[in-house]
Design a protein around this ligand. Sequence first.
Ligand code: FES
Ligand code: FES
Length: 162
Amino acid sequence: MARLLELTLNGRPRVDAVPDNRLLLDYLREAVGLTGTKTGCDGGECGACTVLIDDRPALSCLTLAATVGGKRVDTVESLVRAGTLSAVQRGFHEKLGSQCGYCTPGFVMASAGLLRRNPAPSEFEIRKALGSNICRCTGYVKIIEAVQHAASLLARGEAGAP
Ligand code: FES
Ligand code: FES
C-alpha cells in the first residue's frame, strides 16, 4: 500500500506517494535523488545514513519514510548555503576529518545535530553524540577535532550555522 507523504525536506515542502514499507534512506536516495546520505551496513550499525529529523539525528535505514509526515528532514545537501560551507563542513575540511569520505555525511549530520542542541559541547559530549557512527579509515581524533573546530567557528561568529 502507498500513502501521500508530506514533509519539509531540506527547507522545502514536498509531497510524494510512498509505499508503506519504503525506508527513508531509499526514499531520499532513489525517489528524491539525494545521494549524499550513504548506505553503509543497512542495519543500524554504522551511522552512514544519519539525517536530521526535526533537528535530531536519526538513522534513515531504520526509519520508514511514511513516519516522517509533517516533520522536517535535513540531509547533508541542506548544509551548504549560498555556496558557503556550514561550520561542521568547514571543521571536517580544515581539520582533515575525512579520508575516503564514505562515513563523512553521517558524521557531519550527527555533529550538526549536536551543535544545534549544544553549540559548545565537551569532548565527552562529542564522543557520546558520535557514538553511533563508525569510520573505517580514521582514528576518530581528527573527527573530534573537526567538531571542536566547528564549535569554535560558531563561538567566534565565523560560521553562521552548524
Ligand atoms: S546504513 Fe544505516 S546505520 Fe548503517
Ligand atoms: S573516512 Fe573512510 S570510512 Fe570514514
